[in-house]
Design a protein around this ligand. Sequence first.
Ligand SMILES: [Zn+2]
Length: 92
Amino acid sequence: MIIIKCPYCGDRDHSEFSYGSDASIVYPSLDAPEKDWVEAVFFRENIKGIQRETWQHSNGCRMWLEVERSTITHEIKSVKPCHTQLQKVFEK
Ligand SMILES: [Zn+2]
């Protein structure tokens, strides 16, 4: 069982969340060459270790979160809102 600590709702089972994507991807500009978009959309690193991911608390507050998760142990290292203005609200 994976527990994700939503900044708004607290500790919740991962089944309440929906995986979004790899949070480290920087998408190209709209006028970038097609090969840049193919690279950004279809090719991913298969990281063994800590990976930054986006998750949505879809069965809760619906907030988008950036989660650092170990791909080896599934341990959650950190959770913060994706939206930068919300990051300031939930900073300790
Ligand atoms: Zn939540």
